[in-house]
Design a protein around this ligand. Structure first.
Ligand code: FAD
Ligand code: SIN
Length: 542
């Protein structure tokens, strides 16, 4: 069985849906997504989208804040594109029916860490859900978009799948679509396309504590790496400072509930177990310092005091205001037994976002002809070594538009494969009768990544991680080769590959910068320029 389309999009978060809407204006789109279409990181986004929308704010301010957060590693051209093209994208979201929160008839703009101005547009504290709703509604109306749910992309199709072309070097590779698994039937379908967009989101499930839902298994990073695309800066894992600490060991959840940075923007104060506000010891910007600084400060306080969490306190704010601004957070905490209007919220840092990924240019083009990467899976250079709060949803919109523009211009000229692309071949493989190996593999990976590749790193910890993950990587690859594919096996393979890339990248960086902090090199190496390959860690499968 196979599908043929102009453009294949993998993923139905903000990046995939917005790309689909734009491309459907001139071409046919097949969009595959591994669960229900709304299930994505996007759907859980709380704080909002950063953009210069107040006449007193300036592009220069937003650019400067983004560059400062990025700790010397941002691509300045990409940042300028992001900031200048941002307001138009917000207006488009409004045009398609996104209901952002208003105040006195105007957009209610709030502040988050690292921003020098109130510039976050939001829909109460459920921004992502509202954006996702509006995009799905718009995409569903287009006759040129076919959304296929519960269908998991396994691997990209390139020369390495085609017998007569296998010998060609990676540098001349094209992407011609993907093999995808229909979860329900277990059938693997070949989808061929002129252009393919990876919009598969993040990687949070590599760690035990993460704000990311179960779909965030790093599939896009692993598929792109296996296909030979250039990858970069995978060591920059952003730990969000404040995820809810659930003291109840019985309430096992695949991901931690986020307490939005907007709560700190609203005046929330971080306190240790003695009730002392501690952020002023670490940074003059206190609770509104960039995330890497706040997360490290919390980690230090917890380690010094032997505590498992710190507190976020909004009890000094008016009850009605708290509930009005954060109805979802208030209700969720209440459900867990904490009334945030008169009790401190227990919080811990949790893996939240990855700044590196598939290297792309300003039109979201990867190093493989015909393959684009948009959203969290991509490395546009916008975030450098640390992402500024609420710049991610904006990046997805701006660079999805640019991918669509480039595809429109070039689609007729994309080379087609002149040899026959084979169907999926699983002869010689067996159905797995030991699925417990998957559960164990996931547990082992999360444990080693959390223990050795967390907020504070060292050569010793990374070398421990590297030895263990290499073993796991090879074991899973062997198991994969002899087994009929199923969803959790594919995801474990991708999780392990993603973890492997994070460790490999972390070992290459001999300095501390932004989100990568190592005890062995505690300061940035300022003898390098952002163009140096070490400072931008890039690598390709050989
Ligand atoms: P996603 O939204 O994660 O979508 C990925 C899609 O790909 C999903 O549909 C998934 O099912 C699908 N997929 C994955 N692998 C496969 C596969 N193999 N085959 C088929 N489909 C696949 N950023 C902000 O800017 N502002 C915020 O306020 C904000 N709040 C956040 C709050 C939380 C709790 C989290 C987790 C993140 C938050 N972020 C925020 C970050 C932001 O939400 C994400 O970076 C952004 O939504 C990523 O969008 P995306 O489209 O790239 O990926
Ligand atoms: C949040 O609401 O704190 C998340 C914002 C972000 O990740 O940009």
């Amino acid at each position: 069985m196979f599908y043929k389309t102009d453009v294949l999009i993998i993923g139905s978060g903000i990046a995939g849906l917005y790309s689909a809407i734009k491309i459907s204006e001139f071409a046919d789109v097949v969009l595959v997504t591994k669960k229900e279409k709304s299930e994505s990181n996007t759907n859980y986004a709380q704080g909002g989208i950063a953009s210069v929308l107040d006449p007193n704010d300036t592009f220069a301010n937003h650019i400067k804040d983004t560059l400062i957060a990025g700790a010397g590693l941002c691509d300045e051209k990409s940042v300028e594109i992001l900031v200048k093209e941002g307001p138009g994208k917000i207006n488009e979201l409004i045009d398609i029916g996104t209901g952002f929160t208003l105040k006195d008839g105007k957009l209610d703009l709030v502040r988050e860490g690292g921003h020098s101005f109130n510039r976050i547009v939001h829909a109460k504290d459920l921004t992502g859900k509202e954006v996702e709703r509006a995009l799905i509604e718009k995409a569903s109306k287009s006759p040129n978009i076919r959304i296929i749910e519960n269908t998991l992309a396994i691997d990209l199709i390139t020369e390495h799948n085609v017998t007569g072309l296998k010998h060609l070097p990676i540098s001349s590779r094209h992407c011609w679509g993907a093999y995808v698994l229909e979860n329900e039937s277990g059938h693997v379908i070949k989808v061929t396309s002129r252009a393919t967009i990876l919009a598969t989101g993040g990687i949070g499930q590599v760690y035990y504590h993460t704000t990311n839902p179960p779909i965030a298994t790093g599939d896009g990073f692993a598929m792109a790496y296996r296909a030979g695309a250039k990858m970069g800066n995978m060591e920059f894992i952003q730990f969000h400072p404040t995820s809810f600490y659930d003291p109840n060991p019985k309430s096992k959840s695949s991901h931690s509930f986020l307490i939005s940075e907007a709560v700190r923007g609203f005046g929330g104060i971080l306190r240790n177990s003695s009730g002392e506000a501690f952020m002023e010891k670490y940074d003059v910007r206190k609770e509104l310092a960039p995330r890497d600084i706040v997360a490290r400060a919390i980690d230090t306080e917890m380690k010094k005091r032997g505590d498992e969490y710190v507190f976020l306190d909004v009890t000094h704010k008016h009850k009605a205001e708290i509930i009005d601004h954060f109805p979802h957070i208030h209700a969720n905490c209440l459900n867990k037994g904490i009334d945030i209007t008169n009790e401190f919220i227990p919080v811990v840092p949790a893996a939240h976002y990855i700044c590196g990924g598939v290297c792309v240019d300003e039109f979201s083009r990867s190093s493989l002809t015909g393959l684009y990467a948009v959203g969290e899976v991509s490395m546009t250079g916008v975030h450098g070594a640390n992402r500024l709060a609420s710049n991610s949803l904006l990046e997805a919109l701006v660079f999805a538009q640019r991918a669509a523009d480039d595809i429109k211009k070039n689609i007729k000229d994309f080379p087609v494969c002149h040899e026959e692309i084979p169907d999926w071949d699983d002869s010689g493989t067996l159905s797995a009768d030991e699925k417990v190996l998957i559960t164990h593999g996931v547990r082992e990976l999360k444990q080693l990544m959390s223990d050795y590749v967390g907020i504070v790193r060292s050569n010793l910890r990374l070398e421990f991680a590297s030895r263990r993950i290499n073993l796991l990587y090879h074991e899973i690859e062997e198991f994969y080769k002899i087994t009929k594919v199923f969803d959790s096996l594919i995801e474990l393979r991708n999780l392990v590959t993603s973890g492997y890339l994070i460790v490999k990248s972390a070992l290459l960086r001999k300095e501390s910068r932004g989100l990568h902090y190592t005890l062995d090199y505690p300061t940035p190496d300022d003898s390098k320029t952002p163009e140096d390959t070490l400072i931008q860690n890039t690598y390709q499968k050989s």
